[in-house]
Design a protein around this ligand. Structure first.
Ligand SMILES: NC(=O)c1ccc[n+]([C@@H]2O[C@H](COP(=O)([O-])OP(=O)(O)OC[C@H]3O[C@@H](n4cnc5c(N)ncnc54)[C@H](OP(=O)(O)O)[C@@H]3O)[C@@H](O)[C@H]2O)c1
Length: 179
């Protein structure tokens, strides 16, 4: 199973303020540019996100933004609104159990979202591709995208893009984990 990250950060490496707010992010779609999001989404079979990212998306109170199945990781039962029955798949347990659960569902390429979840997948050597879009702002403190790694994770820069809006995007392939 292939796993990819597609995420936006501030220049100082945060994906959200400490309270989870995203007010510093531009409205995606406002410029008519989608920063490769739709073609990336087309390439995945499912998303896997942490419970905190799921709660944040539900808190927006707008239409569910995904057409692909969304696996939500949590150590406890989660609330699934009736309209999301069959679209949201709760999972927990050990990482090998989570991976096995996704393979059994036939997912060959998953989109991993949420910093804590991304860090867990990275430390289990499960990430193949990292696409980071950098927003030209410093927010000083918040939830960092990356954290401690059990060993160095070497990346190969596959492509770079930049837009008049000031956003830049690096796509990396994970080469190997080594000590
Ligand atoms: N900038 C962006 O593009 C972007 C993208 C995504 C998210 N965000 C923001 O990031 C914030 C959330 O990220 P986060 O790093 O705080 O949290 P997260 O990764 O979304 O969620 C962490 C939670 O996921 C569950 N979890 C993770 N791995 C698990 C495992 N192997 N087994 C069982 N449960 C597991 C746990 O839930 P329980 O505590 O329920 O056990 C854990 O507390 C939100 O504010 C969101 O808006 C920003």
């Amino acid at each position: 199973m292939k796993a990819s990250i597609y995420i936006a950060t501030s220049v100082d490496g945060f994906i959200a303020r400490t309270d989870g707010s995203l007010d510093w992010m531009p409205q995606f779609g406002a410029s008519g540019e989608d920063y490769g999001y739709h073609s990336f989404m087309e390439s995945v079979d499912a998303l896997v996100m942490g419970r905190k990212t799921y709660d944040k998306i539900l808190s927006f109170g707008v239409n569910w933004p995904y057409t692909k199945p969304v696996v939500v990781l949590s150590s406890r039962p989660i609330d699934i609104p009736d309209e999301l029955n069959g679209k949201v798949v709760p999972m927990g347990g050990s990482m090998p159990e989570v991976v096995q659960g996704m393979i059994q569902r036939g997912y060959e390429h998953v989109y991993v979202d949420g910093a804590a979840t991304i860090q867990t997948f990275l430390n289990f050597g499960l990430v193949d591709q990292i696409i980071v879009t950098v927003i030209p702002v410093l927010i000083g403190t918040g939830i960092p995208l990356f954290g401690p790694v059990s060993e160095d994770i070497r990346l190969e820069l596959v492509s770079q893009a930049s837009w008049p809006s000031g956003l830049t995007q690096n796509t990396y392939r994970v080469v190997s984990s080594d000590s």
